[in-house]
Design a protein around this ligand. Structure first.
Ligand SMILES: [Fe+2]
Length: 514
């Protein structure tokens, strides 16, 4: 049973362009850069600053005690000491429905939101809260399932449903709700209103072009789904990885035919596993307290199978997939320009999908490998142009991501590509169910020239561990203190909300320097 669907990449790109009036003559004639933000903050040139980072924050109604709010409380405690927040996507589970923005975003992060009663289209932050979309922020929901979800909600305490019914009547409509909540949604403005809007909010200059002036308390919209900003001499690059997480079309080659057959076989196997689990699931009685953990466990497994089936279905779309080379090209140009600018002392990338992880459900997903592949291509091209020895200094000082539901720090060794010697920090433990690490490996390997080689090592992992009553689940956000200097040093301070023995424990892991 397929509850949600994901549109082909070109449809997402087109829809998002329309919402921000991408390259509309009114933007172009005013020389406005629609991918740059100026943070209106007197501290923005201070080389010493702090920010918070988290992702995958939407909880589901089947999770007890709202882990998202536990993490939000940790974030709130840092409020006076941090300059901004980065959110790496999957903002509102399950399908980015507008009805869930209030309970799954506005209420949990109420400390950071001005006018929280005004609804998702009027969200304004008290300090920069800078997001990128995750896959769940793009999902769609067929009308039938929207109606079904509404119908079963009153009975969800009594019905053992094989899914968490956190759906509205619709899904995100290809990211429309995310765009209305966080982007500068100018689609419906008349030319006169748009002109006035641009004169009011695109008032900052960056490298000779006008750009959006991001003003806490007043105007906290993002100009596009991917963008860049500079703070404390560091260039931050925000990418939308949902449009380069698939392979290039390969349906016509003999290899492509073989791959597609393998994918169909995997789909059949997953269907069989799903049916087996459903049969077990239906034996459970939600009224028996001892069976509730098992019930939640089956729901989690069923969700994982649905996610895998969706990944495979996307790959089978084949001829409809087109990679977002426009965005990747933009990133390449921005990164080169950043390296050629003597005023820049560091570079941080953030995106939803983690290119490297040892989290057990996402580590080997096709989309993880595809995002890694496409990112590598960009970095390889940049390295070739800059002709820099990567051993001395990697092209990126830090990469932040989520999608993997854990807290993890990885370091890439020599990968054979220009993503070598980089620190990768994952925080996909902001509220949705946390996962385990692979049971037998803390390294990421690849086949190179027929030989299995280690390309990354996991140096810290926290998620779900233990069994039954001894199970512990660690939810998290990370505070990062940026120090002056070139290259910059980062003090990483993981803040943990741990659920164990039916209680919550808040603590900090030992900070470490990168
Ligand atoms: Fe995700």
């Amino acid at each position: 049973m397929k509850f949600v669907f994901d549109s082909p990449i070109p449809d997402k790109i087109t829809a998002m362009k329309q919402r921000v009036r991408w390259q509309d003559p009114l933007f172009v004639s005013r020389r406005i850069n629609q991918t740059q933000i100026h943070i209106d903050d007197p501290q923005r040139d201070n080389p010493r600053f702090s920010f918070l980072f988290t992702g995958d924050t939407g909880y589901t109604t089947y999770q007890r005690n709202n882990p998202q709010r536990q993490v939000a409380q940790l974030m709130g405690e840092q409020q006076e000491e941090i300059n901004f927040i980065l959110h790496t996507g999957d903002v509102v589970y399950q399908v980015g429905s507008k009805e869930y923005y209030q309970p799954h975003f506005i209420t949990p992060y109420q400390e950071f939101i001005v006018g929280k009663e005004l609804g998702y289209q009027k969200i304004t932050f008290d300090r920069p809260f800078l997001l990128v979309p995750g896959n769940h922020d793009y999902y769609n929901l067929p009308v039938f399932y929207g109606l079904l979800a509404q119908g079963v909600k009153p009975f969800r305490r009594f019905l053992p449903l094989p899914f968490a019914p956190d759906f509205g009547l619709q899904g995100s409509n290809d990211g429309n709700t995310y765009a209305q909540a966080f982007l500068d949604y100018t689609l419906e403005l008349t030319p006169e209103a748009l002109t006035q809007h641009l004169e009011s909010h695109y008032t900052a200059k960056f490298q000779g072009e006008w750009c959006l002036n991001y003003q806490p308390y007043r105007f906290t919209r993002l100009p596009n789904r991917y963008y860049s900003f500079r703070y404390g001499g560091i260039d931050f690059f925000a990418l939308d990885s949902n449009t380069f997480n698939a392979p290039d079309p390969q349906i016509n080659s003999p290899e492509g035919v073989k791959i597609r057959q393998q994918l169909r076989n995997q789909l059949q196997e997953l269907d069989w596993q799903y049916d087996q689990l459903i049969a077990k699931f239906e034996q459970l009685d939600i009224a028996v307290p001892q069976q509730q953990d098992l019930l939640a466990d089956y729901q989690r497994q069923l969700q994982q199978i649905r996610n895998k089936k969706q990944d495979i279905s996307r790959k089978l779309q084949g001829d409809k997939i087109a990679i977002d080379y426009e965005q990747l090209d933009w990133f390449k140009r921005k990164l080169i320009s950043s390296w050629l600018d003597p005023q820049v002392r560091g570079r941080i990338l953030y995106l939803h999908h983690s290119p490297y992880t040892t989290e057990s459900t996402h580590g080997k997903q096709p989309e993880t490998l595809e995002v890694r592949y496409h990112l590598r291509q960009v970095l390889n091209e940049v390295a070739q142009i800059l002709k820099k020895p990567l051993e001395d200094r990697p092209l990126l000082d830090l990469v932040l991501s989520s999608h993997a539901h854990c807290l993890e720090h990885l370091y890439t060794n020599d990968t054979g590509s220009a993503d070598s010697y980089i620190n990768w920090l994952i925080c996909g433990a902001g509220g949705n169910s946390v996962r385990r690490q692979y049971s037998n490996s803390t390294v990421v390997t690849e086949q190179r020239s027929g030989i299995k080689q280690q390309v990354a090592e996991s140096r810290l992992f926290l998620g779900s561990r233990g069994e039954g009553m001894y199970q512990k689940k660690s939810y998290a956000c990370v505070r990062i203190d940026v120090h002056p200097g070139d290259p910059p040093k980062f003090l990483i301070r993981p803040l943990i909300a741990e659920q164990a023995y039916h209680n919550w424990y808040h603590y900090q892991l030992d900070p470490f320097i990168l």
